[in-house]
Design a protein around this ligand. Sequence first.
Ligand SMILES: Cc1cc2nc3c(=O)[nH]c(=O)nc-3n(C[C@H](O)[C@H](O)[C@H](O)COP(=O)(O)OP(=O)(O)OC[C@H]3O[C@@H](n4cnc5c(N)ncnc54)[C@H](O)[C@@H]3O)c2cc1C
Length: 256
Amino acid sequence: MEAVIGCDGVNSIVASMVGLRPVRFLPLSTCVARGFTYYPDGHQFGAEFVMIIKDQVRLGRVPVSYNLVYWFVTRPSTNQDSTISKNPVLMRQSLMDSLKDFPAHTVEMIRNCDMNMLHLTDLKYRPPWDLLLDNFRRGTVTVAGDAMHGTGPFIAQGGAASIEDAIVLARCLAKKMHNNDANKRVQVEDNTLIEEAFDEYVKERRMRIFWLSLNSFLIGKKLDAQSLVVKVIILALIVVLFRDPDWHIHYQCGTL
Ligand SMILES: Cc1cc2nc3c(=O)[nH]c(=O)nc-3n(C[C@H](O)[C@H](O)[C@H](O)COP(=O)(O)OP(=O)(O)OC[C@H]3O[C@@H](n4cnc5c(N)ncnc54)[C@H](O)[C@@H]3O)c2cc1C
């Protein structure tokens, strides 16, 4: 008995094996830079994750320890990005330019970043409607995490949803692999139990990842829209569909 669970990220090879439609670049043509900044004397940011948004630029700041801060910046892509992404000095300068209207300490954070850890990449996603239509299992192969449902970072839930996937998948497999009455391991003669477990997992996850993906997609579209009318229509859709602004953090992975 052999099974493959592809958690190889948004450019997943396993997803192609399963037959998922290809991922797309974000409509906003957004790119993301990620890095670390070390503060020898400690930083002042506490332990909270903070996101600062101005127009089409977002900065996320995640303290890792008293001395180390992880951060990311998303901004619209430019024609120079393929050149910039190969040169850390250009990357850092371009980020500082993007953050010129941000608080001074954020610009300082970028200025003092670890140049060896700087990355700039385009963002990709699976459209929400593909999540409704795609078959996430082929034989005993399935996918989880960004390989299954890569989204833009607009509601910051990709990692959380990936953990939900893992919990649900583990539970579906455990249910099939153990005989509940005798608490003994079932002797598996063929792959049927695994396929059934994967199908249950996909069934349980599909609508959850669809709504997360749709929420993120609409926020991305709103940022991207040039026309005020379109922005208002998208905002109205978001308000109607996602009345509770915290709905996405009501995690759905059953009782732990
Ligand atoms: C800017 C930004 C901000 C974000 N903020 C948040 C947030 O605040 N909260 C949140 O929950 N999520 C957030 N996310 C999303 C989160 O980072 C992802 O959803 C999460 O990392 C997905 O985890 P994963 O394990 O599925 O994929 P990944 O983290 O991409 O891991 C995949 C791994 O597979 C490896 N791999 C790929 N191909 C192969 C191969 N062929 N062989 C072997 N290994 C391979 C890769 O090297 C990588 O280590 C953010 C994303 C971005 C871009």
